[in-house]
Ligand binder design. Structure first.
Ligand code: BG6
Length: 489
């Protein structure tokens, strides 16, 4: 709190992400009383608008979902009064200096901190950072910049971006967001592991057979085909969201919960992994399909996607961590668009019980008897553990049941959006959930050779129907490592 002013400038204010996620998250923080007393929000983009028009544009997306108190309308109008707009080009120092004047006016001579959220395409990151840092940074407090992926397309372009950003900003000023790190269940991963005696002792190759990170969406790239075709699912989901969760899952116990201690451990995991090769992945692409009387377009039917595109909309990969804890344990990832369901989860499959006394109760398929811990990141957040249990009665019949912690029945509070947590952390200078440049570099090193090979050789993806469970190749990949996908079991 205190008497300084915080200004938050959303660069790219008229874009989709800003409207759907950033402004609503800022309002939620305000509504919940997390923002400092003196704060202002600026929208900046090329669209010509005045303050009132910005307010009208964002007002429809704000909700008081956290808690429907009677003062919702009042809080909204208070918040909107603190929102202002400046239109300008992204590479115009002059326009950023006009923004600076407007921010100064609101600061009224008080000490100030300034946060810039870059909700813009990556090809203009550097222009904006140059203009903002030279023309509109705080002279009395901190200036921080949040950037959203894609951070380049491969090691080379990512390192180049890092180098350019660092001409104008220090590493401490750059907050690279990966919104999956702001999700409640992902935050909970470390809590589960490090604050319960029953998990951490099992967290190694001695007891864990494989770990699966699964992301699926039940819609295609509708409307985003043009963007997506440049990146593909490996860059869009695996190299960042799933890999980040994997590193948190697999890291050694950090010295403390301090951001540097945690990020040091995450980097070590990445450096212990061998870069992926063609044989470690399978790629797929969805095709048009008629389902339930409705027809769904295939990926290349999108007019913004080249007809001969081989960009994957699905990929499955097997990764290995070459260290004492995880040697030989397959870490499988699967990510896809236009699948039969929308889901993100972490599945931990444990080994068989040695000399299981109840072996005969499971027939020949001992896999049916293994324990599995699932963290369902979304939807319907949950943590559940599959255990074997005696069916009540005089006989001896076992079945697999869940110890089930379903959030919506256990907690009455709604779960905050990932962007709320991340924005708040950036404001508070908490870097734990943001990606450090060495982490980013190590993450790209794992995927760059594979991406190059896929693209140079134009490897054709396996087609799968829109709304299906994805290419069968994913099963073969898993089977090669003696794994069955838990979500399809
Ligand atoms: C983004 C990807 O990072 O994450 C999108 O670019 C994807 O393609 C989105 O749809 C998924 O996020 P969430 O929070 O809706 O699961």
């Amino acid at each position: 709190k205190g008497d300084s002013t915080l200004s938050i400038t959303v660069v790219g204010a008229s874009g989709d992400l800003a409207k759907k996620k950033i402004f609503p998250a800022l309002f939620a923080l305000y509504y919940e009383d997390w923002l400092p007393e003196n704060f202002v929000v600026f929208g900046y983009s090329r669209t010509k608008m005045n303050d009132e028009e910005l307010r009208n544009m964002i007002s429809g997306t704000l909700t008081c979902r956290i808690d429907r108190r009677a003062n919702c309308d009042e809080k909204m109008s208070e918040f909107l009064k603190r929102c202002f707009y400046q239109s300008g080009q992204y590479n115009s120092e002059e326009h950023f200096s006009e923004l600076d004047c407007k921010i100064k006016e609101k600061e009224g001579g008080r000490p100030s901190n300034r946060l810039f959220y870059l909700s813009i395409p990556p090809n203009i990151f550097v222009d904006v950072v140059r203009c903002a840092s030279t023309q509109a940074s705080s002279t009395s407090g901190w200036t921080r910049v949040i950037v959203e992926k894609p951070f380049g397309r491969d090691s080379k372009s990512s390192n180049e971006l890092t180098r350019c950003l660092k001409k104008y900003l220090t590493e401490d000023q750059i907050f690279r967001i990966d919104h999956y790190l702001g999700k409640e269940l992902v935050e909970n991963l470390s809590v589960l592991r490090f604050s319960n005696l029953v998990f951490e002792p099992l967290w190694s190759r001695n007891y864990i057979r494989n770990v699966q990170f699964i992301f699926s969406e039940d819609f295609g790239t509708e409307g985003r085909g043009g963007y997506f075709d440049n990146y593909g699912i490996i860059r869009d989901i695996m190299q960042n969201h799933l890999l980040q969760i994997l590193t948190l899952f697999a890291m050694e116990t950090p010295v403390s919960l301090d951001a540097e201690d945690i990020r040091n451990e995450k980097v070590k995991v990445l450096r212990s992994m061998k870069p992926l090769q063609l044989e470690d992945v399978i790629v797929g692409q969805y095709k048009g399909h008629n389902k339930g009387g409705k027809s769904y377009q295939g990926y290349t039917d999108d007019p913004t996607v080249p007809k001969n595109s081989v960009t994957p909309t699905f990929a499955a990969a097997a990764l290995f961590i070459n260290n004492a804890r995880w040697d030989g344990v397959p870490f499988l990832m699967k990510a896809g668009k236009a699948l039969h369901t929308k889901r993100a989860e972490i599945r931990v499959q444990f080994r068989h019980v040695p000399g299981n006394l109840y072996k005969r109760n499971f027939g020949t398929d001992l896999d049916k008897a293994t324990n599995e811990l699932v963290l369902r990141v979304q939807p319907d957040e949950a943590v559940y553990l599959k255990i074997n249990n005696k069916v009540p009665g005089l006989g001896m019949r076992l079945d697999r049941s869940d110890l089930n912690l379903l959030y919506k029945t256990r907690y009455t509070r709604e779960i905050p959006d990932a962007y709320e947590r991340l924005l708040l952390d950036a404001i508070e200078g908490e870097r734990r959930l943001f990606i450090r440049s060495d982490e980013l570099d190590a993450a790209w090193s794992l995927f760059t050779p594979l991406l190059k090979e896929l693209e140079d050789r134009k490897i054709a993806p396996e087609l799968y129907p829109y709304g299906s469970r994805g290419p069968v190749g994913a099963h073969y990949l898993a089977a090669k490592h003696n794994v069955r996908w838990g979500d399809l079991a």
